[in-house]
Design a protein around this ligand. Structure first.
Ligand SMILES: NC(=O)c1ccc[n+]([C@@H]2O[C@H](COP(=O)([O-])OP(=O)(O)OC[C@H]3O[C@@H](n4cnc5c(N)ncnc54)[C@H](OP(=O)(O)O)[C@@H]3O)[C@@H](O)[C@H]2O)c1
Length: 266
C-alpha cells in the first residue's frame, strides 16, 4: 500500500482508496460488499469514500459496519448533498451521516456538488463549524471548477479546503487543463472518481503496456491516474478479488515511455 501527504495537511492518505457508490443498495449483495471493503482495509486501501446520497444512506451504514472496530485505521470521507447544504442543513446532514457511519467523526467532509440553492458562504460557514465541533477533521468540495473553488475559498475564514473530488479517468482528462494545476498551486489534494470508467481497456495501448509489465490493464490505469503527488483515486469494487487487483496497482513504476504512450492515446 502506498500513502502520501494529502494536500497541505501532511496527513498520509492511501493513494488508492475505495469508493462506495452503488453499494448498500441490495441486501443480497451486502455480505460480499462488506467482505470487499474489509479486505480493502486489510490491503491498505484505507481511504473510504461515501456520501449521504449513496443508496439513501445505505452505503454509509455499510461503511459503518466495515470500519467497526478499526475506525482509526481508516481515512473516512462523506459528503453533504447540495439540497441539504444550508447552514443548519449541513450540520444536520453531518450528524445523520455520523450516526449511520457509527462514528463520532469523519476525516473529510465534502460538499458533493456546487449548490445552486444555498449560498456557498453558508455551507462553508457550516463546514467550519463542523471542524470546530470535531465532527470532521478536514473539509473540501467535489465537482468544483476553478471559479467555484475560488468562491468557496473566499467564503472560508478559519479553515482551508483540503480536497476537490472530481471525475478523472483516461477518457476524461478535462481536469488537467485548469482544475489540477490550480489545486496543485494551492496544495489541494485531487481525488479522482470513476477511475475505471466502467472498463474497456482490455485491448489497445493500455493492454499492451500491462502485458509488457506483467500487470493488468486496470492496474496500469490506476497507476497512471495517480502518477503525480497531488493525485489520489477511489475505485469502487464490490468483489474481494477486484479489491485485491486494485490494491496491487502501485507496486510498479510506469516507464516514461509508457506515460507518453498513454498520453498520446488518450
Ligand atoms: N463525487 C462525485 O460526484 C462522485 C461521482 C461518482 C463516483 N464517486 C465516487 O468514486 C467511486 C468510484 O467511481 P465509480 O463507482 O463511478 O466507478 P469506478 O470505480 O471507475 O468503477 C466501478 C466498477 O468497476 C468495477 N471494478 C472495480 N475494480 C475492478 C477490477 N479490479 N476488475 C474488474 N472490475 C472492477 C466494479 O465492479 P464490482 O463492484 O463488481 O467489483 C464496478 O462495476 C464511487 O464509488 C464513489 O465513491 C464520486
Amino acid at each position: 500500500m502506498i500513502a502520501r501527504p494529502f494536500g497541505w495537511t501532511g496527513v498520509k492518505v492511501a493513494v488508492i482508496g475505495q469508493g462506495t457508490w452503488r453499494m448498500g443498495e441490495s441486501r443480497a449483495a451486502q455480505p460480499e460488499e462488506l467482505r470487499a471493503l474489509r479486505r480493502g482495509i486489510d490491503l491498505g486501501l484505507t481511504h473510504i469514500d461515501t456520501a449521504e446520497m449513496y443508496a439513501d444512506g445505505g452505503a454509509e451504514r455499510l461503511v459503518g459496519q466495515a470500519v467497526a472496530g478499526r475506525r482509526a485505521e481508516v481515512f473516512l470521507t462523506t459528503k453533504v448533498h447540495p439540497q441539504n447544504a444550508s447552514y443548519a442543513g449541513t450540520l444536520q446532514a453531518c450528524e445523520r451521516s455520523l450516526r449511520r457511519l457509527n462514528t463520532d467523526y469523519v476525516d473529510l467532509y465534502l460538499l458533493h456538488f456546487w449548490s445552486a440553492g444555498h449560498p456557498i458562504a453558508d455551507t462553508m460557514r457550516a463546514m467550519e463549524e463542523l471542524v470546530r465541533r470535531g465532527w470532521t477533521r478536514f473539509i473540501g468540495v467535489s465537482n468544483f471548477d476553478v471559479r467555484q473553488l475560488k468562491e468557496a475559498q473566499a467564503a472560508l475564514t478559519r479553515e482551508r479546503l483540503v480536497s476537490n473530488q472530481v471525475l478523472y479517468h483516461l477518457r476524461d482528462r478535462e481536469i488537467e487543463r485548469d482544475v489540477l494545476p490550480y489545486c496543485e498551486r494551492h496544495r489541494i489534494a485531487v481525488v479522482g472518481y470513476t477511475p475505471l470508467a466502467r472498463g474497456g481497456f482490455l485491448r489497445g495501448v493500455v493492454a499492451e503496456i500491462a502485458k509488457k509489465r506483467a500487470r493488468t490493464p486496470r492496474q496500469v490505469v490506476l497507476n497512471f491516474l495517480t502518477r503525480r503527488p497531488s493525485l489520489f483515486t477511489i475505485p469502487k469494487a464490490g468483489r474481494p478479488e477486484h479489491v485485491r487487483e486494485n490494491a496491487a496497482a502501485l507496486d510498479f513504476t510506469l516507464a516514461r515511455q509508457d506515460l507518453k504512450t498513454i498520453d498520446a492515446a488518450f
